[in-house]
Design a protein around this ligand. Structure first.
Ligand code: PDD
Length: 281
């Protein structure tokens, strides 16, 4: 692995040398938040929206924002510039900082800020052409899924369930209602309408949520945010997942059942093309 330049608490250093104290509340409590920003041709895609979500996450858990938006962008840019790949995925994380172990917020503490970048590895053309398989599972995570928290044990277990099932993603349901994947949003197409679950505390509002909504508006595809049942998911004409690192992927198998006609559908093809146009614009 390339020993990339990273940013940690005011210093640029190589990934292999970066260290944090064991009493960091990110390590002890999972007390922090993160972002994943895709980079195409050395340009961050939807940077403004990712910054806005970063600031919302910090606000939601009461960590003072350590930097202005301008400073954030400068720090990220420096890490990006040092990386050999043109297409990258920037990962940044802020924890509440280092303090004696006690659950409630420490009084005086400085947030830990970490930025790294990796090559962006997108699904291959073959995977996009074939579509992917997913499994369903009950969503047993906490009830603040709108926060991009580093406490990801529920998501880790969901991803492991998919891995052990030999599929790409777990699609989660809470009391029979669709929520999201372990690290992706889920989209259902029925009779030409694309539907996603409401933007509430039960899902993370992916940056691709707003993007898909915009792309649908531009291309005259009806778009609805509403509660979706498990039956509706299985009866979908098309099913898709979206994330920074997957872009949009067609799901053609769910548990033992074929979705639609078992091949990526026309709405997927249209949205994928629109996505490619948007990222190169
Ligand atoms: N995950 N829902 C969850 C639980 C996620 O973790 C993600 C992204 C998304 C999609 O959000 P976006 O469109 O902003 O990528 C939805 C990132 C990629 C990750 O944890 O690596």
């Amino acid at each position: 692995m390339h020993d990339a330049l990273v940013y940690l608490n005011g210093e640029f250093q190589s990934l292999s040398e970066a260290r944090i104290p064991v009493l960091d509340r990110g390590f002890i409590f999972g007390d922090g938040i993160y972002e994943v920003i895709p980079v195409y041709g050395r340009n961050m895609f939807r940077a403004k929206q990712h910054m806005a979500r970063l600031f919302r996450s910090l606000d939601a858990i009461g960590i003072p924002n350590p930097h202005s938006e301008e400073t954030w962008m400068t720090l990220i840019q420096k890490v990006m510039d040092a990386h050999p790949s043109d297409d990258q995925m920037v990962y940044l994380q802020v924890t509440r900082g280092v303090a004696k172990r006690a659950h409630a917020f420490p009084k005086e503490v400085t947030p830990t800020v970490f930025i790294m970048t990796n090559p962006l590895v997108l699904p291959s053309a073959q995977v996009r052409a074939d579509g992917v398989a997913c499994v369903t599972m009950e969503d047993r995570r906490w009830l603040h899924c709108e926060i991009k928290s580093i406490s990801l044990l529920g998501n880790v277990l969901a991803a492991q369930h998919a891995a052990e099932s030999g599929v790409t993603e777990s699609i989660q349901f809470r009391d029979g209602w669709l929520t999201e994947g372990s690290s992706s949003n889920v989209w259902v197409v029925k009779n030409g309408v694309i539907m996603g679950p409401p933007k509430d505390h039960l899902i993370l509002e992916g940056i691709r949520y707003g993007l898909l909504q915009e792309l649908c508006e531009q291309h005259g595809i009806p778009f609805e945010s509403r509660k979706i049942t498990k039956e509706e998911v299985f009866a979908a004409d098309e099913l898709m997942i979206s994330s920074a690192t997957k872009e949009i992927l067609p799901v053609v198998r769910l548990d033992a059942q074929t979705i639609g006609n078992g091949a990526p559908g026309p709405i997927y093809q249209q949205l994928y093309a629109a996505y490619q146009a948007a990222k190169h614009a």
